[in-house]
Design a protein around this ligand. Sequence first.
Ligand code: GCU
Length: 423
Amino acid sequence: MKQISIYFFLFWLISLSALAQRENIISDESKVPAYQVPDVLTRFNGRKIKSERVWLKKQRPEIQKKFTEEIYGKVPGELKISEVKVWETSDNALNGTATRKQLSLFFTKKDRTLEVNVLMYLPKSVEKAPVFLACNFNGNHTISNDPAIRLTESWVENDPSVGFINNQVTEQSRGCKSDSWPVEQIIKAGYGLVTVYYGDIDPDKNDFSDGIHPFFYEGNQTRPKSNEWGSVAAWAWGLSRVMDYLETDNQVDAKKVAVLGHSRLGKAALWAGANDQRFAMVISNESGCGGAALSKRIFGETVERINSSFPHWFCDNFKKYNDKEDLLPVDQHMLLAMIAPRPLYVASAADDLWADPKGEFLSAKYASAVYELLGLEGLPAKEMPKVNQPVMGTIGYHIRSGKHNLTQYDWEQYIKFADKHLK
Ligand code: GCU
């Protein structure tokens, strides 16, 4: 009897703490506490910025340093592509409208090798194609039913419903994510699509013994130092290495590469685009906390929550801000501002409160000050636009109806935005 009551007590305690945790998550606008975000055009020493030069030479590098040291972590060294192996080139993909290329980028250091599989569809109607570059969540073969796409041998999270067994993909999952990748439509609009499986760069688990991180360990090191990269920065690094390859591919216009990502991969796309100015356009699809959404609003996912659910995504320093967002020296609008003057699109979904649509909108709005300083339009909306009413200046934004996902509707806006800025 005594034992039963102890169990009961423990159960009660655990449920209570789970409940308390959940109650920390705000999903009601009226419960957002007062907060302040730093003014992007005020320097950390308090001086106001009035010139393009001070923004570019002083503020931007200082902001970049804070994001690197405190949030995403720095890349500890340099590693170039050691070898490109082209597996195939077909001029007869997608009913003859596209060229399909598949190649691997190999990275070698001492006894380690990493293979990143790249899948490309390029429109035959264009000599040098502008492209969308994006990581995918489940393997290149999941983005289309095309039977020629090679299967990744990298680790995947088990999911028997699509045949991911023993952490490996199988034929069953071919095309299972094709709804998020309207390849035909992209090609028809005159763009290419270049994609890689994010797990080829770094498997998405709290384990720093695999993926790209160990390539840089010194001595007995087994994980990155507290100011060194987590997985988001690793995926961003991978996007830049794909860009290195694209610069050598004469079927691609490397000056017109839009880097895009959904959710955690939207965080990676933003970090890649902020650091690597070769990306001509940056698109964040529902990237939420640690992506486009303001952290200090603490609406939806919080710093504490993301760091406990995904302890490997950011650098260890970021954990200092668990439940202490007010102490963050920067907020995410400053990350968006780093993308200026390049076109930036931020997208939200109405039912995706976890990613804080309003926090994503406000972030885009506050970043506009830098675009304006640089003589550009920024975001052409003072108030949050209505559902399914996109706005497009040099910053674009929409909140579409529906759930957290990358959809055909989202792509239609990205193509329009690219037509406006990349063509
Ligand atoms: C979780 C996580 C988000 C992330 C999302 C995703 O919901 O909390 O931060 O964006 O996964 O990547 O789908």
